[in-house]
Design a protein. Structure first.
Length: 326
């Protein structure tokens, strides 16, 4: 099948999934109640969440620069921060919450020779965050044993995410398992491209192990990721308080990692639709009104877009500067 047709069908599926979720959720909403909650939004909580979202970008950019430097890719903190804002802006429009990473890699490739090392450092930036999310989720499971016992579907989702992350770590960092995985994937590809793809895949895995092998940097990245995701938990908590949710910070510690992981599913644009669906699935179990859940989810999209809109401005200025110098 033609690649363009596959992409078109994929986009149609994304729209249908999001539309179905929104139709189901909006059919449960009382318009008057939703409007009242929106009008009485607690601005100080919203403002605090917006500030923390911006602070998280600077923290993440520092981690990415640290990983790049460990791979001998020279980059200033200012440049790393600018690319992180630009990548975040494109994340708002590209499939999944990691689509903007392609923009960062493409921008940095102009200044560095080793594409595999750039990709590995950027992947490790993202994957260290996923490991931190799984660690937070594991800890939250101990805090909510009673809740998880009464909600086996949430317990199953949580356990599945932790096990998938653990399996991914084994595949990525254990060389024999990595080589076996590459061989299985390559066997499914057209024969003409197998050797080339296998070489690139092995180079990528070698670069990942090199990055993870620099223990001090790797654990520093994990620590920064844990701090960032605790910041994200706080952001979700404050946005919940902004719409009048009465859930505790402890529930935010459990629900935030689950929401973040589900919105990484490839077949969605920045998790739109999926985020609202998983938020309702979780928060409705502690008695939160659907109107508050939907507005809460919209605010998550809102603070992210407001912060990363600055990245769009930076990108436009970069393009103008590039055109003028040609």
């Amino acid at each position: 099948m033609d690649k363009r047709k596959i992409k078109t069908y994929g986009n149609i599926i994304q729209i249908i999934i999001a539309a179905c979720i929104f139709f189901i959720l909006f059919s449960k909403i009382d318009a008057g109640s939703f409007a009242h909650i929106a009008r009485t939004l607690h601005i100080p909580y919203f403002s605090l969440a917006l500030f923390l979202t911006g602070a998280g970008v600077f923290l993440s950019a520092y981690k990415w620069r640290l990983l790049l430097q460990s791979m001998d890719i020279a980059i200033s903190y200012a440049h790393a921060t600018k690319l992180y804002f630009i990548g975040g802006f494109f994340n708002c429009f590209l499939p999944t919450t990691v689509g903007g990473d392609i923009i960062k890699i493409a921008s940095l490739k102009k200044d560095a020779k080793s594409l595999e090392r750039i990709i590995s450092a950027t992947f490790m930036d993202r994957f260290s965050g996923i490991i931190a999310v799984a660690m937070l989720l594991f800890f939250a499971n101990f805090l909510h044993q009673g809740f998880l016992k009464n909600n086996p579907s949430v317990a199953f989702l949580s356990a599945s995410i932790i096990m998938i992350v653990a399996l991914a770590c084994a595949v990525l960092f254990y060389r024999p398992l990595a080589k076996t995985t590459v061989s299985l994937i390559v066997c499914a590809l057209p024969r003409a491209h197998r050797n080339n793809i296998k070489q690139h895949a092995n180079n990528f895995f070698d670069s990942l192990r090199l990055c993870a092998g620099r223990t001090q940097t790797f654990f520093a990245a994990l620590g920064i990721s844990a701090a960032f995701h605790l910041l994200t938990v706080a952001i979700f908590y404050f946005l919940g308080r902004a719409v009048g949710m009465e859930s505790t910070f402890a529930y935010a510690l459990l629900f935030t990692p689950l929401i973040l992981c589900i919105t990484m599913i490839p077949n969605s644009f920045h998790g739109i639709g999926l985020q609202e669906g998983i938020a309702y699935f979780l928060f409705s179990r502690i008695g939160t009104e659907v109107e508050k859940i939907i507005l809460f989810s919209f605010l998550i999209h809102g603070v992210v877009f407001i912060v990363y809109f600055f990245g769009g401005i930076l990108y436009i200025f970069d393009r103008i500067k590039s055109i003028r110098t040609q």
